[in-house]
Design a protein around this ligand. Structure first.
Ligand SMILES: *[C@@H]1O[C@H](CO)[C@@H](O)[C@H](O)[C@H]1NC(C)=O
Ligand SMILES: *[C@@H]1O[C@H](CO)[C@@H](O)[C@H](O)[C@H]1NC(C)=O
Ligand SMILES: *[C@@H]1O[C@H](CO)[C@@H](O)[C@H](O)[C@H]1NC(C)=O
Ligand SMILES: *[C@@H]1O[C@H](CO)[C@@H](O)[C@H](O)[C@H]1NC(C)=O
Length: 188
């Protein structure tokens, strides 16, 4: 019995020490988080999005549709998966800054509206490795479409904001499009 009590105490002391160190670290992390909370900033990003559905570099593929999709004026029910290029300028040979990975879905029976659910994955400069999540309605035939930015990661933690998109060019024979994006986000 005595030896058991002794060994419990020997473990208790280092355990308590460890626990207090752990609490200290949590307190430090909280203090750091509080400091950063006071430093919210606004960033503006500008890039071109290449949605290539045919040709030698296909970046968006149709993965599903409904039996009625072909007879729908809005191709209602089409589901596309994209790994679209994001470049600095409008040319396909312009510097690659990231990808738009996700889906777009024809989701209106009356208008050509898409549900976009896309992660902008940045691959260059200070935003390399950071992401922004965009989810919302893309009224694809309107000149300028606004979509919400609902979150982010890396340098874009806790991001919120909006994206404005305008078609820069659309090849009617291939369906390939280049879209200009201006993204405004608040983040820490
Ligand atoms: C586009 O396709 C060409 C030819 O297949 C290839 O050389 C090039 O690397 C591709 N570009 C990208 C960005 O994947
Ligand atoms: C719809 O049209 C596409 C392209 O013309 C064709 O490949 C596909 O088989 C059609 N789907 C149905 C369900 O008829
Ligand atoms: C982006 O980060 C990855 C992973 O850290 C690295 O391999 C890559 O070279 C970086 N790209 C640029 C353009 O800095
Ligand atoms: C993006 O911003 C630039 C510079 O202010 C402007 O010239 C361009 O028209 C904007 N494009 C969109 C789609 O908002």
């Amino acid at each position: 019995m005595a030896s058991k009590a002794y060994s419990a105490a020997t473990f208790m002391v280092p355990a308590l020490l460890l626990l207090s160190l752990f609490c200290l670290h949590i307190a430090e992390a909280e203090a750091e988080a509080k400091v950063k909370l006071g430093r919210e900033k606004i960033s503006h990003l500008h890039f071109y999005f290449h949605d290539l559905v045919s040709g030698k570099n296909v970046t968006a593929v149709k993965v599903a549709s409904a039996p009625t999709t072909n007879s729908s004026a809005t191709l209602f029910g089409t589901v596309m998966v994209m790994d679209d290029w994001l470049t600095e300028g409008p040319a396909a040979t312009s510097k690659m800054v990231g990808r738009a990975q996700g889906i777009y879905v024809s989701s209106s029976q009356e208008k050509f509206h898409l549900l976009m659910a896309s992660t902008f994955v940045f691959e260059s400069g200070k935003y390399n490795g950071s992401t922004l999540a965009m989810v919302g309605k893309n009224a694809a035939l309107e000149q300028v479409r606004e979509m919400p930015i609902v979150g982010g990661s890396g340098l874009f933690r806790l991001a919120r904001g909006y994206a404005l998109a305008r078609t820069h060019s659309l090849e009617l024979n291939t369906g390939n499009a280049v879209v200009e994006y201006n993204v405004t986000v608040l983040h820490y």
